[in-house]
Ligand binder design. Structure first.
Ligand code: CTP
Length: 400
Protein backbone atom coordinates (compact mmCIF):
# COMPACT_ATOMS: atom_id res chain seq x y z
CA UNK A 1 0.00 0.00 0.00
CA UNK A 2 1.99 2.93 -1.36
CA UNK A 3 -0.20 5.56 0.29
CA UNK A 4 -0.04 4.02 3.77
CA UNK A 5 0.90 6.74 6.25
CA UNK A 6 1.21 9.41 3.56
CA UNK A 7 0.02 12.80 4.82
CA UNK A 8 -2.26 14.41 2.28
CA UNK A 9 -3.65 17.93 2.50
CA UNK A 10 -6.82 18.02 0.46
CA UNK A 11 -8.00 21.49 -0.53
CA UNK A 12 -11.57 21.72 -1.78
CA UNK A 13 -12.78 24.81 -3.61
CA UNK A 14 -16.25 25.91 -4.75
CA UNK A 15 -17.33 23.82 -7.68
CA UNK A 16 -20.27 21.48 -8.09
CA UNK A 17 -17.72 18.67 -8.57
CA UNK A 18 -17.03 18.93 -4.82
CA UNK A 19 -19.85 16.41 -4.41
CA UNK A 20 -17.37 13.72 -5.57
CA UNK A 21 -14.79 14.55 -2.90
CA UNK A 22 -16.25 12.45 -0.06
CA UNK A 23 -15.66 9.43 -2.30
CA UNK A 24 -12.11 10.59 -2.94
CA UNK A 25 -11.51 10.94 0.81
CA UNK A 26 -12.85 7.43 1.40
CA UNK A 27 -10.58 5.97 -1.25
CA UNK A 28 -7.52 7.74 0.17
CA UNK A 29 -8.39 6.62 3.70
CA UNK A 30 -8.87 3.03 2.48
CA UNK A 31 -5.31 3.12 1.13
CA UNK A 32 -4.07 4.13 4.59
CA UNK A 33 -3.42 7.82 3.86
CA UNK A 34 -3.79 10.48 6.54
CA UNK A 35 -6.07 13.14 5.03
CA UNK A 36 -6.46 16.71 6.29
CA UNK A 37 -9.26 18.59 4.53
CA UNK A 38 -9.26 22.36 4.03
CA UNK A 39 -12.26 23.97 2.32
CA UNK A 40 -12.74 27.42 0.86
CA UNK A 41 -15.87 29.17 2.14
CA UNK A 42 -17.51 28.61 -1.28
CA UNK A 43 -16.84 24.85 -1.13
CA UNK A 44 -19.08 24.57 1.93
CA UNK A 45 -22.09 25.38 -0.29
CA UNK A 46 -21.47 22.18 -2.23
CA UNK A 47 -20.44 19.62 0.37
CA UNK A 48 -20.63 19.66 4.15
CA UNK A 49 -17.63 19.77 6.51
CA UNK A 50 -19.40 17.19 8.67
CA UNK A 51 -19.38 14.61 5.86
CA UNK A 52 -15.70 15.25 5.22
CA UNK A 53 -14.59 15.30 8.87
CA UNK A 54 -16.48 12.04 9.48
CA UNK A 55 -14.77 10.35 6.55
CA UNK A 56 -11.31 11.80 7.18
CA UNK A 57 -11.53 11.37 10.97
CA UNK A 58 -10.05 14.84 11.39
CA UNK A 59 -11.59 18.29 11.85
CA UNK A 60 -12.06 20.17 8.60
CA UNK A 61 -10.66 23.70 8.41
CA UNK A 62 -11.95 26.73 6.51
CA UNK A 63 -10.93 29.62 8.75
CA UNK A 64 -7.43 30.44 9.98
CA UNK A 65 -8.67 30.15 13.55
CA UNK A 66 -11.58 28.67 15.47
CA UNK A 67 -14.01 31.54 16.33
CA UNK A 68 -15.30 29.65 19.40
CA UNK A 69 -12.04 29.04 21.29
CA UNK A 70 -9.64 31.18 19.24
CA UNK A 71 -7.36 28.18 18.47
CA UNK A 72 -5.13 28.72 15.46
CA UNK A 73 -5.30 26.50 12.34
CA UNK A 74 -1.75 27.16 11.25
CA UNK A 75 -1.34 27.14 7.48
CA UNK A 76 2.43 26.99 7.97
CA UNK A 77 2.24 23.90 10.20
CA UNK A 78 -0.13 22.19 7.77
CA UNK A 79 2.06 23.16 4.82
CA UNK A 80 5.07 21.60 6.55
CA UNK A 81 3.17 18.54 7.74
CA UNK A 82 1.99 17.30 4.37
CA UNK A 83 3.75 14.86 2.05
CA UNK A 84 1.50 16.07 -0.77
CA UNK A 85 -1.15 18.74 -1.30
CA UNK A 86 -4.05 18.08 -3.64
CA UNK A 87 -6.52 20.77 -4.65
CA UNK A 88 -9.64 19.09 -5.99
CA UNK A 89 -11.81 20.43 -7.36
CA UNK A 90 -9.77 23.50 -8.26
CA UNK A 91 -12.26 26.15 -9.39
CA UNK A 92 -11.34 28.92 -11.84
CA UNK A 93 -11.11 31.41 -8.94
CA UNK A 94 -8.88 29.14 -6.85
CA UNK A 95 -6.56 28.52 -9.82
CA UNK A 96 -6.31 32.28 -10.35
CA UNK A 97 -5.57 32.91 -6.67
CA UNK A 98 -2.96 30.13 -6.57
CA UNK A 99 -1.26 31.42 -9.71
CA UNK A 100 -1.14 34.99 -8.39
CA UNK A 101 -0.59 34.36 -4.69
CA UNK A 102 -3.85 36.01 -3.59
CA UNK A 103 -3.90 34.67 -0.07
CA UNK A 104 -7.39 35.57 1.08
CA UNK A 105 -8.43 32.18 2.46
CA UNK A 106 -6.89 29.29 4.41
CA UNK A 107 -6.60 27.06 1.36
CA UNK A 108 -4.44 29.59 -0.49
CA UNK A 109 -2.29 30.56 2.52
CA UNK A 110 -1.65 26.86 3.09
CA UNK A 111 -0.86 26.36 -0.60
CA UNK A 112 1.68 29.18 -0.45
CA UNK A 113 3.23 27.75 2.71
CA UNK A 114 3.34 24.14 1.46
CA UNK A 115 6.81 22.73 0.91
CA UNK A 116 5.52 19.44 -0.52
CA UNK A 117 4.54 18.55 -4.11
CA UNK A 118 1.21 20.06 -5.17
CA UNK A 119 -1.38 18.50 -7.49
CA UNK A 120 -4.46 20.32 -8.74
CA UNK A 121 -7.53 18.94 -10.49
CA UNK A 122 -9.55 21.69 -12.18
CA UNK A 123 -13.31 21.44 -12.56
CA UNK A 124 -15.50 24.05 -14.19
CA UNK A 125 -17.65 24.72 -17.16
CA UNK A 126 -16.25 24.18 -20.65
CA UNK A 127 -15.94 27.85 -21.63
CA UNK A 128 -14.47 28.87 -18.29
CA UNK A 129 -11.86 26.13 -18.66
CA UNK A 130 -10.97 27.19 -22.18
CA UNK A 131 -10.77 30.88 -21.37
CA UNK A 132 -7.24 32.19 -21.91
CA UNK A 133 -7.16 33.47 -18.31
CA UNK A 134 -7.74 29.95 -16.93
CA UNK A 135 -5.34 28.37 -19.39
CA UNK A 136 -2.67 30.92 -18.52
CA UNK A 137 -3.18 30.30 -14.79
CA UNK A 138 -2.79 26.54 -15.32
CA UNK A 139 0.43 27.11 -17.23
CA UNK A 140 1.69 29.41 -14.50
CA UNK A 141 1.00 26.76 -11.86
CA UNK A 142 2.80 24.16 -13.96
CA UNK A 143 5.74 26.55 -14.25
CA UNK A 144 5.85 26.55 -10.41
CA UNK A 145 6.26 22.76 -10.58
CA UNK A 146 2.64 22.01 -9.59
CA UNK A 147 1.14 18.95 -11.23
CA UNK A 148 -2.04 19.21 -13.31
CA UNK A 149 -4.61 16.43 -13.10
CA UNK A 150 -6.40 17.36 -16.30
CA UNK A 151 -10.19 17.44 -16.39
CA UNK A 152 -12.08 15.02 -18.55
CA UNK A 153 -14.31 15.58 -21.55
CA UNK A 154 -17.89 14.81 -20.72
CA UNK A 155 -21.25 16.05 -19.61
CA UNK A 156 -21.02 19.13 -17.45
CA UNK A 157 -23.44 20.44 -14.81
CA UNK A 158 -24.38 23.28 -17.16
CA UNK A 159 -25.73 20.72 -19.65
CA UNK A 160 -22.85 21.47 -22.02
CA UNK A 161 -20.49 18.77 -23.08
CA UNK A 162 -16.69 19.14 -23.20
CA UNK A 163 -13.52 19.46 -21.11
CA UNK A 164 -14.04 20.63 -17.54
CA UNK A 165 -15.30 17.55 -15.70
CA UNK A 166 -13.30 16.74 -12.58
CA UNK A 167 -11.18 13.63 -13.07
CA UNK A 168 -12.86 10.66 -11.38
CA UNK A 169 -11.82 10.02 -7.74
CA UNK A 170 -10.31 6.59 -8.45
CA UNK A 171 -8.23 8.03 -11.27
CA UNK A 172 -7.04 10.88 -9.01
CA UNK A 173 -5.97 8.29 -6.41
CA UNK A 174 -4.18 6.41 -9.20
CA UNK A 175 -2.18 9.53 -10.15
CA UNK A 176 -1.14 10.10 -6.53
CA UNK A 177 -0.29 6.45 -5.99
CA UNK A 178 1.90 6.50 -9.09
CA UNK A 179 3.67 9.61 -7.83
CA UNK A 180 4.66 7.87 -4.60
CA UNK A 181 5.60 4.58 -6.22
CA UNK A 182 9.33 4.10 -6.10
CA UNK A 183 10.84 2.55 -9.24
CA UNK A 184 12.32 -0.87 -8.61
CA UNK A 185 15.71 0.47 -9.63
CA UNK A 186 17.70 -1.93 -7.44
CA UNK A 187 15.89 -5.08 -8.56
CA UNK A 188 18.36 -7.94 -8.99
CA UNK A 189 20.93 -6.28 -6.71
CA UNK A 190 21.92 -7.45 -3.25
CA UNK A 191 22.48 -4.67 -0.73
CA UNK A 192 24.27 -5.34 2.55
CA UNK A 193 23.60 -2.81 5.29
CA UNK A 194 24.95 -2.68 8.82
CA UNK A 195 23.22 -0.71 11.55
CA UNK A 196 23.25 0.06 15.23
CA UNK A 197 26.06 -0.13 17.77
CA UNK A 198 28.23 -3.10 18.56
CA UNK A 199 28.35 -4.28 22.15
CA UNK A 200 31.64 -5.49 23.62
CA UNK A 201 31.23 -7.51 26.83
CA UNK A 202 33.37 -6.81 29.88
CA UNK A 203 31.69 -9.53 31.96
CA UNK A 204 28.21 -11.15 31.88
CA UNK A 205 26.64 -7.89 33.13
CA UNK A 206 28.69 -5.01 31.72
CA UNK A 207 29.73 -3.93 28.28
CA UNK A 208 31.30 -1.16 26.18
CA UNK A 209 29.06 0.34 23.53
CA UNK A 210 27.87 3.67 22.09
CA UNK A 211 24.75 5.75 21.56
CA UNK A 212 23.89 4.56 18.04
CA UNK A 213 20.09 4.03 17.77
CA UNK A 214 20.30 2.22 14.42
CA UNK A 215 17.62 4.50 12.94
CA UNK A 216 19.69 5.63 9.96
CA UNK A 217 20.74 2.09 9.02
CA UNK A 218 17.19 0.78 9.35
CA UNK A 219 15.87 3.64 7.19
CA UNK A 220 18.52 2.79 4.58
CA UNK A 221 17.50 -0.86 4.64
CA UNK A 222 13.81 0.04 4.21
CA UNK A 223 14.68 2.31 1.29
CA UNK A 224 16.72 -0.42 -0.45
CA UNK A 225 13.76 -2.81 -0.04
CA UNK A 226 11.45 -0.19 -1.59
CA UNK A 227 13.79 0.03 -4.56
CA UNK A 228 13.51 -3.69 -5.13
CA UNK A 229 16.88 -4.86 -3.77
CA UNK A 230 17.52 -8.09 -1.93
CA UNK A 231 18.51 -6.64 1.44
CA UNK A 232 20.52 -8.19 4.24
CA UNK A 233 20.56 -6.03 7.37
CA UNK A 234 23.23 -6.88 9.90
CA UNK A 235 22.26 -5.17 13.09
CA UNK A 236 23.74 -4.63 16.51
CA UNK A 237 21.32 -4.54 19.46
CA UNK A 238 18.66 -1.85 18.85
CA UNK A 239 15.02 -1.32 19.80
CA UNK A 240 13.53 -0.75 16.36
CA UNK A 241 10.80 -2.31 14.30
CA UNK A 242 12.34 -4.43 11.55
CA UNK A 243 11.33 -3.27 8.04
CA UNK A 244 9.46 -5.92 6.07
CA UNK A 245 10.97 -7.70 3.08
CA UNK A 246 14.56 -8.12 4.23
CA UNK A 247 16.80 -10.64 5.93
CA UNK A 248 17.86 -9.55 9.41
CA UNK A 249 21.01 -10.93 11.00
CA UNK A 250 21.33 -9.90 14.63
CA UNK A 251 24.83 -9.57 15.99
CA UNK A 252 26.37 -8.30 19.19
CA UNK A 253 30.09 -7.60 18.99
CA UNK A 254 32.29 -6.19 16.22
CA UNK A 255 33.78 -9.65 15.73
CA UNK A 256 30.27 -11.13 15.23
CA UNK A 257 29.49 -8.33 12.78
CA UNK A 258 32.68 -8.98 10.83
CA UNK A 259 31.83 -12.68 10.64
CA UNK A 260 28.28 -12.01 9.35
CA UNK A 261 29.49 -9.35 6.89
CA UNK A 262 32.19 -11.63 5.52
CA UNK A 263 29.63 -14.39 4.91
CA UNK A 264 27.31 -12.01 3.02
CA UNK A 265 29.90 -9.91 1.22
CA UNK A 266 30.82 -11.93 -1.86
CA UNK A 267 27.29 -12.00 -3.24
CA UNK A 268 26.60 -8.32 -2.44
CA UNK A 269 26.63 -5.55 -5.02
CA UNK A 270 26.43 -2.62 -2.61
CA UNK A 271 27.62 -2.42 1.00
CA UNK A 272 26.57 0.43 3.25
CA UNK A 273 28.20 0.40 6.69
CA UNK A 274 26.03 2.59 8.87
CA UNK A 275 26.88 0.67 12.05
CA UNK A 276 28.77 2.43 14.82
CA UNK A 277 31.37 -0.26 15.38
CA UNK A 278 33.16 -0.08 18.73
CA UNK A 279 36.81 0.57 17.97
CA UNK A 280 38.00 -1.39 21.02
CA UNK A 281 36.89 -4.37 23.07
CA UNK A 282 38.07 -5.64 26.45
CA UNK A 283 41.04 -7.99 26.07
CA UNK A 284 39.05 -10.70 27.71
CA UNK A 285 35.35 -10.94 28.56
CA UNK A 286 35.19 -12.35 32.09
CA UNK A 287 32.82 -15.28 32.48
CA UNK A 288 31.84 -14.24 36.03
CA UNK A 289 30.77 -10.85 37.26
CA UNK A 290 33.77 -8.73 38.23
CA UNK A 291 33.63 -7.89 41.94
CA UNK A 292 34.73 -4.66 43.62
CA UNK A 293 38.27 -5.00 44.98
CA UNK A 294 38.78 -1.64 46.61
CA UNK A 295 41.54 -0.83 44.04
CA UNK A 296 41.22 1.28 40.91
CA UNK A 297 40.29 -1.26 38.22
CA UNK A 298 42.13 -1.20 34.90
CA UNK A 299 40.42 -2.38 31.75
CA UNK A 300 42.81 -3.58 29.07
CA UNK A 301 41.45 -3.04 25.54
CA UNK A 302 42.24 -4.60 22.19
CA UNK A 303 41.52 -2.90 18.88
CA UNK A 304 38.58 -4.38 16.99
CA UNK A 305 38.95 -5.37 13.34
CA UNK A 306 38.04 -2.58 10.91
CA UNK A 307 35.11 -4.31 9.22
CA UNK A 308 34.68 -2.06 6.21
CA UNK A 309 38.42 -1.97 5.55
CA UNK A 310 38.54 -5.75 5.68
CA UNK A 311 35.62 -6.01 3.23
CA UNK A 312 37.18 -3.40 0.91
CA UNK A 313 40.40 -5.43 0.83
CA UNK A 314 38.40 -8.44 -0.47
CA UNK A 315 36.41 -6.37 -2.96
CA UNK A 316 35.36 -7.91 -6.28
CA UNK A 317 34.88 -5.94 -9.50
CA UNK A 318 31.57 -4.11 -9.57
CA UNK A 319 31.08 -3.94 -5.79
CA UNK A 320 30.43 -0.56 -4.19
CA UNK A 321 31.38 0.11 -0.63
CA UNK A 322 30.01 3.08 1.23
CA UNK A 323 30.96 4.02 4.77
CA UNK A 324 29.58 6.45 7.30
CA UNK A 325 31.65 8.87 9.32
CA UNK A 326 30.69 10.76 12.41
CA UNK A 327 33.06 13.65 12.94
CA UNK A 328 33.29 16.63 15.24
CA UNK A 329 36.28 18.54 13.77
CA UNK A 330 37.73 19.02 10.26
CA UNK A 331 34.81 16.92 9.14
CA UNK A 332 35.32 16.81 5.36
CA UNK A 333 39.10 16.28 5.51
CA UNK A 334 38.70 13.49 8.05
CA UNK A 335 35.98 11.84 5.97
CA UNK A 336 38.14 12.04 2.83
CA UNK A 337 41.02 10.43 4.74
CA UNK A 338 38.71 7.57 5.71
CA UNK A 339 37.76 7.02 2.05
CA UNK A 340 41.47 6.61 1.27
CA UNK A 341 42.62 4.65 4.29
CA UNK A 342 39.69 2.20 4.21
CA UNK A 343 39.48 1.88 0.40
CA UNK A 344 35.88 3.13 0.08
CA UNK A 345 33.91 4.36 -2.92
CA UNK A 346 32.04 6.99 -0.95
CA UNK A 347 31.35 8.13 2.56
CA UNK A 348 28.31 9.69 4.22
CA UNK A 349 29.43 12.28 6.71
CA UNK A 350 27.45 13.21 9.80
CA UNK A 351 28.59 16.14 11.82
CA UNK A 352 27.75 16.24 15.48
CA UNK A 353 27.88 20.03 15.06
CA UNK A 354 24.60 19.99 13.10
CA UNK A 355 21.60 20.33 15.39
CA UNK A 356 19.04 17.57 14.91
CA UNK A 357 21.60 15.32 13.20
CA UNK A 358 23.33 12.23 14.54
CA UNK A 359 22.58 9.83 17.37
CA UNK A 360 19.04 9.01 18.45
CA UNK A 361 17.30 11.76 16.44
CA UNK A 362 14.63 11.11 13.81
CA UNK A 363 16.28 13.64 11.52
CA UNK A 364 19.69 13.89 9.94
CA UNK A 365 21.79 16.16 7.77
CA UNK A 366 24.64 14.63 5.83
CA UNK A 367 27.36 15.37 3.32
CA UNK A 368 27.80 12.59 0.79
CA UNK A 369 31.34 12.45 -0.53
CA UNK A 370 32.48 10.45 -3.57
CA UNK A 371 36.04 9.14 -3.71
CA UNK A 372 36.68 11.65 -6.57
CA UNK A 373 36.08 14.44 -4.04
CA UNK A 374 32.70 15.55 -5.38
CA UNK A 375 30.12 15.99 -2.67
CA UNK A 376 26.48 16.77 -2.00
CA UNK A 377 25.04 18.27 1.18
CA UNK A 378 21.45 17.56 2.23
CA UNK A 379 19.11 19.70 4.29
CA UNK A 380 18.03 18.54 7.76
CA UNK A 381 15.37 15.97 6.87
CA UNK A 382 13.80 12.82 8.26
CA UNK A 383 16.11 9.79 8.25
CA UNK A 384 13.73 8.20 5.69
CA UNK A 385 14.25 11.10 3.28
CA UNK A 386 18.01 11.06 3.93
CA UNK A 387 18.02 7.32 3.16
CA UNK A 388 16.45 7.98 -0.21
CA UNK A 389 18.96 10.80 -0.91
CA UNK A 390 21.82 8.42 -0.03
CA UNK A 391 20.56 5.77 -2.46
CA UNK A 392 19.98 8.42 -5.16
CA UNK A 393 23.60 9.49 -4.64
CA UNK A 394 24.92 5.92 -4.71
CA UNK A 395 22.93 5.00 -7.80
CA UNK A 396 23.85 8.18 -9.68
CA UNK A 397 27.53 8.02 -8.72
CA UNK A 398 27.94 4.37 -9.64
CA UNK A 399 25.44 4.17 -12.46
CA UNK A 400 23.41 1.47 -10.74
N1 CTP B 1 34.00 0.92 10.80
C1 CTP B 1 34.20 -0.45 10.67
N2 CTP B 1 34.89 -1.12 11.61
C2 CTP B 1 35.41 -0.49 12.64
C3 CTP B 1 35.24 0.90 12.82
C4 CTP B 1 34.52 1.57 11.87
O1 CTP B 1 33.69 -1.03 9.69
N3 CTP B 1 36.09 -1.19 13.54
C5 CTP B 1 33.27 1.63 9.76
C6 CTP B 1 32.01 2.32 10.24
O2 CTP B 1 30.89 1.47 10.17
C7 CTP B 1 31.88 3.48 9.28
C8 CTP B 1 33.31 3.81 8.94
O3 CTP B 1 34.08 2.66 9.27
O4 CTP B 1 31.24 3.11 8.08
C9 CTP B 1 33.86 4.99 9.69
O5 CTP B 1 33.63 4.81 11.08
P1 CTP B 1 34.20 5.82 12.15
O6 CTP B 1 33.83 5.37 13.52
O7 CTP B 1 33.83 7.23 11.74
O8 CTP B 1 35.74 5.68 11.87
P2 CTP B 1 36.90 4.98 12.65
O9 CTP B 1 37.67 4.18 11.66
O10 CTP B 1 36.41 4.27 13.86
O11 CTP B 1 37.80 6.24 13.03
P3 CTP B 1 37.76 7.21 14.30
O12 CTP B 1 36.85 6.58 15.32
O13 CTP B 1 39.18 7.28 14.71
O14 CTP B 1 37.22 8.52 13.77
Amino acid sequence: MVLKGKKILLGISGSIAAYKIPILVRLLMKEGADVQVIMTPAARDFVTPLTLSTLSKRPVFTEPFNPVDGSWNSHVDMGNWADLMLIAPASATTLAKMANGIADNLLITTYLAAVCPVFFAPAMDLDMFQHPATQRNIQTLQSYGNHLIAPRDGELASGLCGAGRLEEPDAIVGVIRKFFEVPQSLAGKKVLITAGPTVEPIDPVRFISNHSSGKMGYALAAEAVKRGAEVVLISGPVALEVPKGLTLRKVTSAQDMLQACTEEFESSHVVVMAAAVADYRPDKAETSKIKKTGHKPVLQLTENPDIIKTLASMRLAGQFIVGFALETDDEVQNAMKKIDSKGLDAIVLNSLNDRGAGFGTDTNKVTMIHRSGSSLITKLESKEVIASRVFDFIQESFDL
